[in-house]
Design a protein around this ligand. Structure first.
Ligand code: PGA
Length: 240
């Protein structure tokens, strides 16, 4: 794992966007795995700026998002579909048919999750997967302690995650209790992984990730056995 420590969130976001832009330039028809949450917002903003300046082109890029609440409608302003449209897709020239986000309205999650993984495989696999990290060490919504699901699946959110994400909802009761998430296997198959972390509240998770144990209670620690991971974090997340 390569670790890059930035001064602050702004520097981290610009660096993250440059790494993603480099990927887009080197493989214009490549596949990006994308993440939601407050952490990647700055990187998406910078990617839009690079696009507006004619430096990157999304016309042949395909994307697969990590996760989505369940159940949730796509036009709910807390859905990850809505987030991605607002923060990236509506502002760049990506083709609608090249965007994939797990549906929060799956009728048969077991079957449709399997189809999601099959689509990723059929498209040739993810070239660069962007990740955030939960305070509890989750990646996507692969929560601590659940058996380490290999594939995309429906999962129960932990109290810790519901609490952390309630800041985006009018009340904690409105936070969905479940989500569809790529499994750790789907994530580990990505050719490259870029994990972002910002702020003191991510320090404990980052400290575990940089420690020497793979711990199912901190799902991100599985990334230790991936051959090409960059951890891009700010000083607050690194030092605590
Ligand atoms: P955040 O979420 O970027 O909003 O902190 C990250 C995560 O929970 O994976």
């Amino acid at each position: 794992m390569k670790v890059i420590v930035c001064q602050d969130y702004a520097e981290m976001s610009v660096k993250a966007a440059r790494i993603i832009a480099g990927q887009i330039i080197s493989k214009p028809d490549g596949i990006l795995g994308l993440a939601t949450g407050s952490t990647p917002e700055g990187a998406y903003k910078e990617l839009i700026r690079l696009y507006e300046n004619g430096l990157i082109d999304f016309s042949e890029i395909k994307t697969y998002n990590l996760d989505e609440y369940y159940p949730i409608k796509p036009d709910n302003d807390q859905s990850y579909r809505y987030f991605m449209d607002q923060h990236l897709f509506n502002h760049v020239n990506i083709k609608k048919e090249n965007v994939h986000i797990p549906s929060g309205e799956m009728k048969n999650p077991a079957v449709e999750c399997k189809e999601y993984d099959e689509m990723v495989e059929k498209d040739g696999g993810i070239d660069l997967q962007l990740l955030g990290i939960g305070q509890n060490g989750h990646i996507g919504f692969n929560e601590p302690g659940e058996s380490l699901y290999y594939e995309t699946h429906l999962t129960d959110l932990t109290e810790n995650t519901i609490q952390a994400n309630s800041r985006f909802f009018a009340s904690i009761d409105e936070v969905p209790k479940q989500a569809i998430t790529m499994g750790l296997g789907t994530i580990m198959k990505a050719k490259k992984i870029l994990l972002l972390a910002s702020g003191k509240n991510k320090h404990e998770a980052i400290a575990h990730l940089l420690g020497d144990r793979i711990d199912p209670q901190v799902p991100a620690t599985l990334l230790k056995v991936h051959p090409d991971v960059i951890i891009l974090c700010d000083k607050a997340a690194y030092e605590g």
